[in-house]
Design a protein around this ligand. Structure first.
Ligand code: IMP
Ligand code: MG
Length: 332
């Protein structure tokens, strides 16, 4: 039985949501817990004909046997969370920690104008201003938010007790390594550390209780908002490659570049990754679409994966070959 942390290796939007929902079903963890910044993250999950866009609920919610939780390090927008619990049929199994911070109207207002919006290109979700208030020790906590009363549990206790009972636990990161407040392209970053260590701190998991760290890289790099992006393609070049993407939260067009080994190597180091997940292989190699076995993919696609393993000295264990949850090659 293992505790597995999943984090983004580039600038967010690597496709973590889909990988996490696959692992949530495949590994059947008893507890799935979300760390990271807040509702600035958006994960898209496709299950059959249904497409879910989640901003607050853990992406593992499709496993109805698991308890899904939000760790104390995360700031919560109660309206968004309660709506997702309702819309995605997750009531009775969704929980928050009493120390989750609460995003209020004033945070939304100050995030939607001025420096944060214009210079940093923030998502306008109130996450940054809420974290600033938390640093000032004036942020409201979940324990004082009436609408969340019935959802409160001791998340660190739940996570650690599941581990001591030898159950699988899945810890979800949000954003990506180079949006980390400590390790990213400051000041064009989010308001938290979002590397594996930060995500574990968010949920109350100590470093010795982590078995696997899966860093997720997309087959190419995208970035939404401002800040440096090495070897950035023009929007037209990106379009020609089929790499045009639009943000889940903001709807903004994402900027794009080729897979970046330098960033990837640093992400492996910062996260102490034990495994790599590569997503959207089918976008680079359309003939791989929907494949579920490594033997079935083209020689070019195999070389792409083998080159990553060789250069980064880390096994590529989970490969995304399409948008559906089971469009995955699992080599673990
Ligand atoms: P904030 O986190 O809303 O303050 O935004 C700061 C920067 O991080 C902006 O460039 C956002 O576009 C980016 N960002 C924050 N969360 C995500 C995410 O989940 N995916 C991609 N970019 C994000
Ligand atoms: Mg996203």
């Amino acid at each position: 039985m293992t505790s597995t942390v999943v984090v983004g290796g580039f600038f967010g939007d690597e496709g973590k949501g889909k990988i996490i929902s696959y692992l949530a079903i495949k590994d059947n963890p008893s507890v799935i817990v979300r760390g990271g910044a807040g509702p600035n993250a958006g994960h898209t999950i496709r299950d059959g004909d249904r497409v879910y866009k989640v901003r607050m609920l853990p992406s593992g919610f499709l496993n109805k046997n698991a308890k899904v939780m939000i760790g104390p390090g995360v700031v919560v927008n109660p309206d968004i969370l309660l709506k997702e619990i309702q819309d995605f049929d997750a009531s009775g199994r969704s929980f928050v920690d009493k120390h989750c911070g609460i995003i209020e109207e004033k945070h939304l207002a100050s995030d939607s104008k001025g420096e944060l919006k214009e210079k940093i290109g923030s998502t306008g979700s109130g996450t940054g201003p809420a974290n600033a208030d938390r640093a000032m020790r004036v942020l409201k906590m979940a324990k004082d938010e009436e609408s969340l009363g019935s959802l409160i549990v001791d998340v660190p206790a739940e996570v650690n007790s599941a581990i001591s009972l030898n159950q699988n636990v899945l810890i979800e990161g949000t954003q990506g390594t180079f949006l980390s407040l400590w390790h990213g392209t400051y000041p064009f970053v989010t308001s938290k550390d979002v590397t594996a260590s930060g995500i574990c701190a968010d949920v109350g998991l100590g470093p010795k209780n982590v078995d696997e760290v899966i860093v997720v890289f997309k087959s190419y790099v995208t970035r939404v908002g401002t800040g440096p992006l090495a070897n950035e393609l023009s929007l037209e070049e990106a379009q020609n490659k089929g790499w045009s993407e639009f943000g889940t939260v903001t709807g903004r067009q994402r900027r794009a570049a080729d897979f970046d080994f330098e960033l990837a190597r640093r992400a492996i180091m910062l996260n102490s990754a034990t495994q790599i997940s590569i997503t959207k292989l089918d976008v680079l190699y359309p003939e791989c679409a929907g494949k579920t076995s490594f033997d079935e993919i083209s020689e070019d696609a195999k070389l792409f994966i083998k080159n990553i393993e060789e250069k980064l000295k880390t096994p590529v264990t989970i490969i995304g070959t399409g948008p559906a949850i089971n469009d995955v090659i699992d080599r673990r």
